[in-house]
Structure formats: C-alpha cells, structure tokens
Design a protein around this ligand. Structure first.
Ligand code: SF4
Length: 418
C-alpha cells in the first residue's frame, strides 16, 4: 500500500532492544493523554456544516460531519488504487485482492487500543478521516460509487473478497448490516465472498447470526493480543479502552457455532510481549475450534501509544509465521514443537526434508487472512506493507521469489540442505 513512500519514518525514538524477540517487560504502552473537551467526539468536525465532495483523501482537511457510514466507507490505499479512485503504484504488486471497507464516523473509533492509529486518544492531534492505520492512509469513498465500480466489473473484478471492518461506535452494528444489504443487492456474494472483521464489544450472538443471514461468508474477531494480560494492557483498562478478553471470546465462540468450521478466524499480532509458545498455543486453540488465525507482525504505528517501541525482530516473526502455517494448514500440532526456556521455537516437529519443502514453497510467509480464489492457504487479504516497510517485508503480499526465500532462511537461521 505504501510503496510510493517506501521508507516511511514511522518509528519515534525507539527503545533499544537487545533481544531477538520483544519481551513483555519491554513492550509497555504509553499512558494516553487526556483529550481537551473541545476536541472530543469529533467536535471540531461536527461543528462544521460542509457537504463531502466525492472521494476524500487524508489530509484534505475538509471538516465535514456528513462523511459517515453507511454513505461513506474508508478503504486502504491499496484498495483505492485497485478500485481506480486514487492514483498510485505498489512495490512488486499489481493490485490487492481484498476490498476492505472500514466504517467511518467523524467521532471515530471510541476504543483506545495501544497499537492502533485509529485510537480515540488521537482526537486532539488528528481528525478521524486523516489518521493512518496499519501504516497507510485510508481514503474515504462514497459507498455507492464503490458498489457501482465493482458491480460494473462483475466477474472481471480484481477483488477476490470484500471485508467490512467494524470499529467501536454505537452505529457500527446497524451500519454494517446496511453496507452488507446494499452490497449484496447488486453484487453476488458467491462471486465476491464477504468477510466481517467484527467489533465484539458492541455485539450480541444475534448480531452475528444476522450478518450470516445477510450473506457474510467468514466472520473474524481481532483478538490482536495473544494473552489475557496483554489484552488488558493494550486494549482494556490499561489504556482506558472498553474491550474485554471474555467478550471477545464469547463472540468468537458464537462465530464458530453460527458460521461453522473454516468460516471464522482470529487476528493475532505477534511481538507485543507474548512468548512464541503462548502465541502458538493460541493458534492451536483456534484450529482445535475449527478456525484459522490471521497474523500480523507488530509495527510501531506512528501516533499510537506504542510508537516508541521496536518492531518485532524478523527472527521471532519468521519462527511464529512458519509454525502458525504448519499448525493451520499442515496438521502439525503445537505439542510436536519444542521451545527453549524463553518460549522460542527450536524445533518445528517435522523432519528437515519436509520442513525444507514447506519453506521453499513460500506460502507460509505470505500475508495471512481469509482465502480468495487461488487456494485455501493463500489469503485474498494481502495488505501490502501493512505490517512492515517494503525494504524488510514481514508478510509477503505476493509469492516470495528466490531472493526473498534466501532472506527468509537467513531470518529463520535455517540453511538450505544440500
Ligand atoms: S477497536 Fe479496532 S479500530 Fe478501534 S482502536 Fe481498537 S484496534 Fe483500532
């Protein structure tokens, strides 16, 4: 997404990390500052009375209270380029295969997750539509214009999947349903299947069911944090945010019951302070429930409460990335793997020849997420450079080439066998 600014300077003076992994003690978020009253709840934007004009690119600085879902949605820069509503080119990618539609409101997301660029504590600093999220800008586009383009392209659409991403807002559930209804009225969900990236905090089991009944194919829950302690620290009371681990699991279990096997998943961010053993135990737990995990490499998002912390070292990330793929798609169990005293993977539980073949196939190192039209283990949601700069790719948005595999093996410290 951000290949036209390949070396985005996203790290504030980072904490020096002497480790080859990000330990819990190091990954402490900053305390959120109190937002002045006059900037709360999108007050600056709401005070204006300007109608939005077509596509809004971040930093236009047009304060328009009417640019809100369901009439408007935000989409990643990669999706906007692929849709043709903004110019640009992406490093080594033709397009993205997933059209992610993020609900948008001048009041923004009411949660305060420590690693997230959309978090509430940024109210005083940047208006919602101008905030960066997973390293890139998110243009706001009229929903009808988006649907018109995709409906016009029909089966020739470059998109293999559409995903509605909810945020924490009182209108989020109702507007997700409206977006889904307007989309499916014109676009066949069997041609472009639909995922929901949910916001469990505002949802009930009945809400999950309604989304299935309206045509959603896959339902995901962004746990993001891999343990209850990390969740509380980064998404709960630790940062004055409303989320709870128990509520997220309640909705994840509802998704399993309602959407069924292989049709639900959980997002996990690696490198926020969990051990590799903890992250992979969670991956196994989700596979045992019948779902998949979609993984992100922690990157210090500019403006977030964790922007002073180090990105996940590549060796930690690669070990977890490979092990997660084995558990999700190659029937290896976490109990077959071995870990050292700090929870690092030291044995993947497979004979070296088999492991070699899987590394060389490269799929394990591609972006993980809901599948598209290529294969079950190849994600439509390729999020180009959403978790790393293009100069040191964490999740490959394309099939890694030979030169990429050389680097991957170096990260893993696994030499190719003769
Ligand atoms: S709920 Fe989602 S969008 Fe809102 S702050 Fe948390 S991670 Fe960001």
């Amino acid at each position: 997404m951000s290949c036209y600014r390949p070396e985005a300077p996203v790290m504030s003076p980072a904490v020096a990390n002497p480790h080859d992994h990000n330990p819990f003690a190091l990954m402490q978020p900053r305390v959120p500052v109190v937002t002045p009253k006059e900037a709360r709840n999108g007050a600056r934007v709401i005070a204006n009375d300007v109608a939005p004009q077509g596509v809004y690119l971040p930093d236009y600085n047009v304060l328009t209270p009417y640019m809100r879902s369901p009439e408007y949605v935000q989409m990643s820069t990669a999706a906007a380029i692929t849709l043709g509503v903004t110019p640009g080119r992406m490093y080594r990618c033709e397009c993205t295969r997933c059209l992610n539609l993020l609900l948008t409101y001048p009041e923004g997301c009411r949660a305060n997750c420590a690693y997230c660029g959309l978090a509430r504590h940024r109210e005083a600093e940047r208006d919602y539509a101008d905030r960066n999220f997973i390293r890139v800008d998110w243009p706001a586009v009229p929903l009808e214009k988006t649907i018109d383009i995709v409906a016009r392209d029909g089966a020739a659409s470059p998109f293999h999947r559409m995903c509605i991403s909810m945020i924490t807002h009182p209108r989020s559930d109702a507007d997700t349903r409206t977006v889904l209804e307007r989309w499916t009225a014109r676009i066949d969900p069997s041609v472009i299947p639909i995922s929901i990236l949910s916001n469990p905090t505002t949802m009930t089991r009945e809400d999950v069911k309604r989304l299935r009944d309206l045509g959603a194919d896959i339902f995901t829950v962004a746990l993001d944090a891999a343990t209850p302690e990390l969740f509380e620290r980064t998404r709960g009371k630790g940062v004055q945010s409303p989320h709870s681990w128990a509520k997220y699991w309640e909705i994840l279990h509802a998704a399993r019951d309602i959407f069924g096997p292989q049709k639900f998943g959980a997002h996990i961010i690696i490198g926020m302070g969990e051990t590799e053993a903890e992250a992979l135990a969670l991956v196994q737990q989700i596979v045992d429930l019948g779902g998949h995990s979609h993984m992100f490499c922690f990157f210090p998002e500019k403006g977030s409460l964790m922007d002073h912390l180090p990105a996940t070292p590549r060796d930690q990330w690669r070990r977890v990335q490979l092990a997660r793929y084995l558990i999700d798609y190659r029937d290896v169990r976490v109990e077959q793997m071995r870990f050292d005293g700090e929870g690092r993977v030291i044995d993947y539980g497979l004979p070296p020849g088999e492991l070699d073949a899987i590394i060389d196939a490269g799929v394990a190192f591609r972006t993980s997420g809901c599948p598209g039209k290529v294969a079950e283990d190849v994600s439509a949601c390729d999020r180009p450079y959403g978790d790393s700069p293009p100069s040191n790719i964490a999740s490959y948005p394309f099939a890694p080439a030979k030169r990429d595999l050389v680097k991957i093996r170096r990260d893993l410290r696994i030499a190719k066998r003769k």
